[in-house]
Design a protein around this ligand. Structure first.
Ligand code: GGG
Length: 357
């Protein structure tokens, strides 16, 4: 056994509580097979229950509690019957992203075997790209306010924030990722015709940073036609870099085009390794199906693969992804969104079995 990784497990709300145990089951299986030490510590905060008991989403000492972990394995947040969505998100996940400087949100979009997708005529391998989402600023700023609240003169303002450091570092990450891939192609998501200050600045920085990466083919699309092209031509893309909000939307749309958002993972990365990175499925807490054992655990399980990759445990990362692909290709133990009748735990157990061989 090499190193033992300390992993903070935070299921959060809704289906997070159902898919996270399946992810942990697969993580444990892969750790055993590949001789990796994993030490889990479970936390109940970042949930509606915690909010009900304490009036806030996180304990005051959350930063000190979590900062020493190698990674955070997160489920989903949001339970609007108890806590407004902006309060739960800003009170938990967005604090982690900002304070742990997880400025990269890496979201793969891949057509997996065995999944019936709306992309008729495309085979696995035809659609294989990444959305690189800026994760600490942009449209997700808390800068703004209200005037004359509750009167007919009410004014509401919220700013978009783009800093040179923030834009350049996400572009550099995306360019380096493109450099590491065979197609060497980077697409920038913009809207510089309509959003006349921040988005032209984003375009300028793309052009400036591109000079440092001469081997990369760079193009840009306005977000509206880019969304259309995700549906019509998903095989065009390799690495797509986007601001916080645009990246959030594109990384739901991409997996939806490949069949189901239930399989989509994401890594909130602090590339410098100063703080733990956080791994969570792209999907939210899905109150409509929560508590029924119906949720697809693959997005959460794929996060385990991304986490191993992040640790440099590439064999384990590849092993988990292979187990997902083999299970899908076999067409058994699939959840309802994949056309099957299985529950969350049955699919999780099937993938863990394949990891174990
Ligand atoms: N597992 C991710 C999750 O709970 N997402 C809830 C959500 O609304 N996230 C918004 C975001 O990622 O910015």
């Amino acid at each position: 056994m090499t190193k033992t990784y300390r992993i903070a497990v935070i299921p959060g709300d809704g289906i997070g509580k159902e898919v996270v145990p399946e992810g942990v089951r697969v993580l444990e299986a892969a750790a055993r097979v590949y001789g990796i030490g994993v030490d889990f510590e479970h936390f109940d905060f970042a949930s509606a229950e915690y909010y009900q008991a304490h009036g806030q989403m996180l304990p005051d000492d959350w930063f000190e509690t979590l900062k020493g972990f190698d990674a955070i394995y997160f489920g989903a947040v949001g339970w609007p019957d108890v806590v407004p969505d902006h309060v739960s998100l800003w009170g938990s996940l967005l604090q982690f992203r900002r304070h742990f400087d997880q400025y990269v949100n890496l979201r793969p979009v891949r057509l997996l075997p065995g999944i019936v997708s709306p992309l008729a005529g495309r085979a696995p391998g035809d659609v294989d790209f990444y959305v690189v989402r800026e994760n600490t600023e942009g449209e997700y700023s808390s800068i703004g306010g209200k005037m004359f609240e509750g009167t007919d003169r009410e004014v509401v303002v919220q700013e978009t924030v783009m800093t040179r450091q923030g834009v350049d570092r996400i572009l550099d990450y995306a360019f380096r990722l493109a450099q590491s891939r065979p197609k060497k192609h980077l697409t920038s998501a913009t809207k510089s015709n309509g959003i006349s200050i921040t988005m032209p600045y984003w375009d300028e920085r793309v052009e400036a940073r591109a000079e440092q990466y001469p081997g990369i083919r760079v193009d840009k699309f306005h977000i509206d036609i880019l969304a259309a092209n995700f549906v019509l031509h998903p095989d065009w893309f390799d690495v797509v870099v986007a601001s916080n909000l645009f990246g959030d939307i594109l990384s739901d749309l991409g997996p939806a085009c490949t069949g189901t958002i239930g399989v989509a993972p994401s890594a909130n990365i602090n590339p410098e390794g100063t703080f733990p990175s956080l791994f969570e499925p792209v999907h939210g807490s899905a109150p409509d199906i929560a508590g029924k054992g119906l949720a697809n655990p693959i997005g959460q399980i794929w996060c385990a693969s991304m986490m191993f990759d992040h640790f440099g445990e590439k064999e384990a990362g590849a092993g988990v992804l292979r187990a997902i692909e083999e299970t899908l290709a076999a067409g058994e133990h699939l959840t309802r969104d994949l056309g099957g009748t299985a529950g969350t735990a049955e699919l999780g157990a099937a993938i863990a079995e394949r990891v174990l061989g």
